[in-house]
Design a protein. Structure first.
Length: 225
């Protein structure tokens, strides 16, 4: 299955019609802007980027927008390697902000990605892309089975996003193949994962890769796992 097939998958994305309606409504508006703290501007010029990123930066921003680019850039520097799951976390968090019309201060996040890499790398992407961080006390990692799965709460509205099983399976196969070919956690393994990550970064459309469940809970009632 070519990676490009991750883009077009009509009819299997949303679990609830309500979600589609809300998502469409919110897709129409721009994402809340990320205020800069230290940087005057985020680098987008190819000359400021690594040689394997420089040729694709224009296409990444054209396909996925500047806010996803900023969150991915910060995540990759924080996470200190290019990884598929951390990028899935970036796309998941931006998608949650899009559906819930949330700024960087609005969300509480419950990650279901566990504490063991590579799946737990997803949580770093979630922190940067949503602004919900361990330091701010607005994100936690739930006990239980680990998966590419998280719950986002804004006020009384709760959104669960899970990576589509077919995409998760594809990522697992690619990671297992890299381990077989290069050994686990070797420099060659990380090089192979880096190449794969760039492909997934470019090809995964956040509007199409998640199963989305939107619900609401009564005031005072916490988010359910
Ligand atoms: Zn990682």
């Amino acid at each position: 299955m070519p990676l490009s097939s991750l883009r077009a998958r009509p009819g299997c994305v949303t679990a609830l019609a309500l979600v589609a309606a809300v998502a469409t409504a919110h897709d129409a508006g721009p994402l809340h802007e990320r205020p800069n703290v230290v940087l005057a501007r985020f680098p987008t010029d190819p000359s400021a980027l690594q040689p394997d990123i420089a040729p694709v930066v224009g296409e990444i921003i054209a396909r996925h927008g500047e806010e996803e680019w900023k969150a991915a850039l910060l995540t990759n520097e924080l996470h200190r390697h290019l990884g598929i799951y951390s990028l899935v976390g970036v796309k998941m968090g931006i998608r949650a902000r899009e559906v819930l019309d949330a700024s960087l201060d609005d969300l509480r996040v419950e990650s279901h990605a566990g504490l063991h890499p590579p799946v737990s790398c997803l949580t770093d992407g979630l922190q940067v892309s949503t602004g919900a961080s361990l330091g701010r006390g607005t994100i936690c990692v739930a006990d239980g089975p680990a998966g590419a799965d998280a719950v986002f709460t804004r006020g009384e509205v709760r959104l669960r996003l899970r990576l589509r099983p077919d995409i998760l399976q594809r990522i697992r196969q690619d990671v297992e193949k890299a381990v077989r070919q290069h050994g686990d956690l070797t420099p060659e393994y990380f090089e192979a994962i880096r190449r794969l990550s760039i492909d997934y970064w470019l090809e995964m459309d956040r509007r199409e890769i998640f199963l989305e469940e939107l619900s609401s809970h009564a005031p005072g009632e916490g988010p359910q796992p």
